[in-house]
Design a protein around this ligand. Structure first.
Ligand code: SME
Length: 166
């Protein structure tokens, strides 16, 4: 897709319907484009537009660190070590982490004091290693639930297949 407008007709509160509308539009956005930065940049923009999240972005695995990639929102920390913060923990444990209250997460890295809850989803290479992580932050406490986990994992699966599969 060269350019275009995203269309969301479901109510912002109907998360499942909203993710269902988002996924085919992500597919259309990345179709025919293999450049990692270009695809992640549009993926972050589409997700931010769909839910008006405070911060949406990717960190890419580079040797022993995560390095900030394409994102939408306020400026953020550029490097996170394995096992550090929510992002580094999701990488180390290779699992989605849902944080209802960032103040309750030991070692949480506060890029913005406005961020109150977050969800982090790993994106894998075919061999299961983590290629990147998706981080989504909200200014509301307890903003993320199972619908977000399912929706964002499906979102990341599309990126996995498109960018990181052999
Ligand atoms: N809160 C994250 C750091 C990244 S920013 O929120 C964009 C963490 O604890 O890993």
């Amino acid at each position: 897709m060269m350019s275009g407008t995203l269309i969301f007709e479901s109510s912002l509160s109907d998360k499942a319907a909203r993710y269902k509308e988002l996924l085919p539009q992500l597919e259309a956005l990345i179709h025919g484009e293999k450049d990692e930065t270009a695809c992640l940049a549009n993926a972050a923009a589409a997700l931010a537009e769909c839910f008006h999240f405070f911060w949406v972005g990717f960190y890419r695995v580079q040797q022993t660190q995560l390095i900030l990639g394409p994102f939408q929102g306020p400026v953020a920390c550029t490097r996170i070590h394995k096992g550090k913060g929510v992002c580094g923990t999701a990488w180390e444990k290779n699992q989605t982490i849902l944080v209802p209250d960032v103040e309750e997460f030991p070692g949480h890295i506060a890029c913005s004091s406005l961020s109150r809850s977050e969800i982090v989803v790993p994106i894998h290479f075919t061999n299961g290693d983590v290629a990147a992580i998706l981080d989504v932050d909200s200014t509301e406490l307890n903003n993320f639930d199972e619908q977000d986990r399912l929706g964002l994992e499906a979102f990341c699966k599309l990126l996995e297949k498109h960018l990181y599969s052999a």
